[in-house]
Design a binder for this molecule. Structure first.
Ligand SMILES: [Zn+2]
Length: 58
C-alpha cells in the first residue's frame, strides 16, 4: 500500500494574505488549496492572480 500524504490535512488551509480587499479594504485570507482569497469582512472572493495584478498596478 502506497503512502498517501494529504498536505492539506495537516496544514491550515487558510493563509492570511498581505493584501487588502478591493471592495471594503478588509483583510484577505487565501485559500491555499484553490488559489483564491476571501475577505474576512465582506466575504468577497477573489482569484489570487486578480489580487496580485491589482496590487501591482497600485
Ligand atoms: Zn471586503
Amino acid at each position: 500500500m502506497a503512502d498517501f500524504e494529504n498536505i492539506y490535512a495537516e496544514s491550515d488551509p487558510f493563509v492570511r494574505a498581505h493584501f487588502d480587499c478591493l471592495n471594503c479594504g478588509g483583510k484577505l485570507w487565501e485559500y491555499a488549496i484553490q488559489g483564491q482569497m476571501v475577505c474576512e469582512d465582506c466575504r468577497s472572493v477573489y482569484r489570487s492572480s486578480e489580487i496580485f495584478e491589482a496590487q501591482a498596478e497600485a
